[in-house]
Design a protein. Structure first.
Ligand SMILES: [Zn+2]
Length: 82
């Protein structure tokens, strides 16, 4: 869950993990911890046609969530971090 300093949502003020409620560290609008930002727009063939869902997970909740997957996420090292 994100709170912004302005109505145009340009500068992030606070960020909370939607799962555990932990406040994720934000400094000058920058997220200073690992976070999983989710945004899904449910389409015509879903039961939520036209709904947009947004949430954020802290790294610990993300790890707990993916450990419940039967098929783990595909992992690759992104070049921009090398
Ligand atoms: Zn969490």
């Amino acid at each position: 869950m994100r709170k912004y300093k302005d109505e145009l949502k340009n500068q992030l003020a606070q960020l909370y993990c939607n799962c555990c409620g932990k406040e994720i560290k934000v400094e000058d609008g920058m997220i200073m911890e690992g976070v999983f930002p989710a945004h899904v727009v449910w389409g015509y063939f879903s039961e939520k046609d036209g709904e947009s869902h947004k949430f954020d997970l802290c790294e610990a909740c993300y790890d707990k969530w993916i450990s419940s997957f039967r098929i783990p996420p595909e992992k690759e090292i992104e070049n921009e971090f090398l």
